[in-house]
Structure formats: structure tokens, C-alpha cells
Unconditional design. Structure first.
Length: 455
């Protein structure tokens, strides 16, 4: 069954062929737009991203391959079908090898056109089977940003497999929401979705939280604890901020992923687990691996498919949508008759820096709604809320990172850059202490030089 609202852009410098294809695809239930040149097509893609592009290979000016390259650069998940004459079939075959979704030789049979279109849409995740839940899986994600749509298109495709997914993105950008969407769209959608922030739990407790423990395994273990891997069995486990996981625990996690078995702390028995793992971090894991803080073998085990969520500052067209959505939610929560923003207030929202991303936007809207006394949120409330957010305490993670760096720097000052003495004062072994220094890019030599200059 054709998806009636699927949008297709057809590109050809032959007006007659362009009109014929528009008639055939429209009759099949597609929403069709046309462009008589590749340059005009690129402008249309930027303005209203279609779900499929069908383009002639040979055109005046920019040809079909150049158009494909430009589309792939800006919209890597947007499928493209090439139309080619018999004499240029080798070029079309080469194009498919470069990533074009398919090709048709002219003149082509109308059924062949529809078959190729349906195949390309299905491969890109754009087709829906009868009885499918449609976009229910991504209903919580509000966006009209093309980069975010590409992320969601990849998410929809990878959801069908059991591959591990790694989500990169700034804090507050919506990593867990994308992870939930993947789970909902997957065959595991009816199973449990379990999330844990690896950076928010002390190292001593994290192993127990993940793998469980038996009664008496340690002081305070008064009963058996199942652990999140077993809780998420036949479902999805989301490991947020996995870049903060201690190296010793990374080894145990890798073993669980390889063997698909967990052994609770203090137990001699193992339990089979069937869990799809989605991980996320805001850290630069390549730098963390170079510093010895993250295992390379675990990274490649987790990062089968990677998704990068753009920060809110790079998708400002989403801010009015998100702000209005949050406003409706929060007006109901606080029983306020607030139904919009003053134009100047919306301008402030769109122009703000948003270092805290969507989470920060939600907090700003919540403060504005809580204080609102009129149907429209005034700009003064938005301005005050933004300034309040910027002056709030640092996050626990940022505060911990700052304390750790200052603490290490103080030890190096006291010992004049002597790492052995500093490690002894910190009650850490020398190797571990060096890793901490590398994490914070502290060079002991600088502290030795500083001590000499003051003598």
C-alpha cells in the first residue's frame, strides 16, 4: 500500500517527462513537487525536505550525480533515484555503488517506476506497512529540523535490527528520548526500557546496580538485588553518560556483552540475558580512549551504529514548536490560562544561546508559566528566566570535574610536580594518578617549573 503523504521531488530538464512523471506518481498517491534543474532542486530540498528525490542523470548545468553528492553532503539519509538513458547505464551502476538508492533506464515502464520508488522508500524507512503504528514511536520528539530528521531516519532503520547504538550529543539535547524512540520502534518495543545515568551513581554501587548482588555480598546488602541487566531482559538497556564509567567496570561490562551472561556481586551463579544496549555520552570518547579512560574494545562493541544529536542552538526552527508544546503542558500542570508568547518573548527564546539545550528551554518555559498572570507570556519573564538559568549552580558533573581538577592541581603545587608524592597524598597508585592528570590535561612539569621560578 502506498503511503499517501510521502513527498517526492522529481528533477528533469525535460518539461514533458517531468509532467508525465508528476502525473503518474500523483495518481499513485504521492505528494509530488518538480524542479527543472539541479540548482532549483537543491533550493527546494533546503526549503521543504522531501522523502525521496528522483533525478535525471544528464542535465544542463549541474548533473544528476553532482546533485546526489550535494544532497548526500547535507542530507545523508535522503534517498535518490537516478534516471538514465541506455548509453549511460555504466554511470548509473557506478552511482549505485556510491550510494544512490537505485536507477531506471529511459523509457521506463510505469510499474517499474512505482516499484523502484517503493523499494527506495522502504530501504530509507519511509514506507509503512498496513497496521503499522506510523509515527507513534517518535511522537515525543518534536522537530522540523532536517538534521534531526536525518537522525530519526537512521534511528528508524537501526531499530529493526538488534545492533548496539551509540548516541552522541550535548547534555540536555534529548539522547534518552531518542533511545526510547528506538526501543519503541524495535521488535523489543513491548519489553522493558531501563535507563541509568552511569555518571550519577558512585563507583562502588554502579556494579551492583547493573549486575545485581546477593544478600550479604557487602555491608548493607540485606536482600538479593536483581540488577538492571536482568530487569531489562528481552528489552533495552540505556547506559547514559557511559563515558563516566570507571575502567575496571568497563571490563566487566564488556564480558557481559560478549558472553550475554551476568553474575551478581557475591554470587557464583550466572544468568543468561537478552538485552539490546543503547549508550550515550557528551564526552569526546576518542580523547578519553587516548588518555586510557575508556576501553577501545568496549567502544567498538557499543558503537555499531552511531547517532549524533544536533544541539538546540543548531536547530533554532524547533524552538517555537518546543516552546509552544511545553507551554501547553505546563499551563495544564499549573492550572494557568496561558496560551502563547508575546512576539518579543518568542524572539528572545529563538535568539538565546541554550547551552543546556532542550532541558534548559523546558526549565525557562516552566518558570515563565509559573509566574505568568496574563494569557501571553511577556518578554520580561522570559528574559528573567534565561538569566536565572545562566546564573544557577553548575551541574553535579561540572562541579565534580572542577573539584577534581582543582584538587589535583593543589597536590601538584604542594609536591612541586612530584607525581609519586602527590599520588601518595591522594591515596592512589601512581598509574591511576597519571590517568587522572591526563584526563584534566595537567602536566607535572609545569608545576616543577613554577616552583623553580618562585625560589
Amino acid at each position: 500500500m502506498n503511503a499517501p503523504r510521502t513527498s517526492i521531488l522529481v528533477v528533469d530538464d525535460d518539461p514533458d517527462l517531468l509532467r508525465l512523471m508528476q502525473i503518474r506518481l500523483t495518481a499513485a498517491g504521492y505528494a509530488v513537487s518538480t524542479a527543472e534543474s539541479a540548482e532549483r532542486a537543491l533550493a527546494q530540498v533546503s526549503a521543504t525536505r522531501p522523502q525521496l528525490v528522483v533525478t535525471d542523470l544528464r542535465m544542463g548545468g549541474m548533473d544528476g550525480m553532482a546533485l546526489f553528492e550535494a544532497i548526500r553532503s547535507g542530507h545523508p539519509m535522503l534517498p535518490v533515484i537516478i534516471l538514465t538513458a541506455h548509453g549511460t547505464i555504466p554511470d548509473a551502476v557506478a552511482a549505485v555503488q556510491l550510494g544512490v538508492s537505485g536507477y531506471l533506464t529511459k523509457p521506463f515502464d510505469p510499474k517499474a517506476l512505482l516499484t523502484e520508488v517503493e523499494r527506495a522508500l522502504a530501504m530509507a524507512g519511509g514506507a509503512r506497512e498496513a497496521g503499522d503504528a506510523g509515527d507513534e514511536w517518535r511522537r515525543e520528539i518534536i522537530t522540523r529540523n532536517f538534521a534531526m530528521e536525518d537522525v530519526l531516519a537512521k534511528a528508524r532503520l537501526v531499530a529493526e535490527s538488534d545492533a548496539s547504538v551509540f548516541i552522541f550529543g550535548e547534555s540536555g539535547s534529548g539522547k534518552e528520548m531518542v533511545a526510547r524512540a528506538i526501543h519503541k520502534a524495535s521488535p523489543r518495543g513491548d519489553g522493558p526500557f531501563v535507563a541509568i545515568n552511569c555518571g550519577a551513581i558512585p563507583e562502588q554501587l554502579l556494579e551492583s546496580e547493573l549486575f545485581g548482588h546477593v544478600r550479604g555480598a557487602f555491608t548493607g546488602a540485606t536482600r538479593d538485588h536483581k540488577g538492571l541487566f536482568l530487569t531489562a531482559n528481552r528489552g533495552t538497556l540505556f547506559l547514559d553518560e557511559i563515558g563516566d564509567m570507571p575502567v575496571a567496570l568497563q571490563v566487566k561490562l564488556l564480558r557481559v556483552l560478549q558472553e550475554k551472561q551476568v553474575r551478581p556481586v557475591g554470587s557464583t551463579e550466572t544468568h543468561d540475558v537478552d538485552v539490546r544496549v543503547i549508550s550515550a555520552t557528551h564526552r569526546n570518547l576518542e580523547a578519553e580512549m587516548a588518555a586510557g579512560n575508556f576501553r577501545e574494545d568496549l567502544y567498538y562493541r557499543l558503537n555499531v551504529v552511531s547517532l549524533t544529536i544536533p544541539p538546540l542552538a543548531e536547530r533554532r526552527e524547533d524552538i517555537p514548536l518546543l516552546a509552544s508544546h511545553f507551554l501547553t503542558q505546563l499551563a495544564g500542570k499549573y492550572h494557568k490560562t496561558v496560551n502563547g508568547f508575546a512576539p518579543e518573548a518568542m524572539e528572545l527564546l529563538v535568539a538565546a544561546a541554550w547551552p543546556g539545550n532542550v532541558r534548559q528551554l523546558y526549565n525557562v518555559i516552566e518558570q515563565s508559566v509559573a509566574l505568568a498572570t496574563t494569557p501571553l507570556v511577556p518578554p520580561s519573564f522570559v528574559q528573567e528566566a534565561i538569566q536565572h538559568q545562566q546564573s544557577q549552580f553548575a551541574s553535579f558533573e561540572d562541579a565534580r570535574r572542577k573539584f577534581e581538577r582543582d584538587y589535583l592541581a593543589q597536590l601538584l603545587k604542594i609536591t612541586e610536580g612530584n607525581v609519586t608524592q602527590a599520588a601518595r597524598l591522594a591515596k592512589r597508585n601512581r598509574t591511576e594518578f597519571y590517568k587522572l592528570l591526563q584526563r584534566h590535561q595537567l602536566d607535572p612539569k609545569l608545576f616543577k617549573s613554577a616552583a623553580k621560578r618562585t625560589q
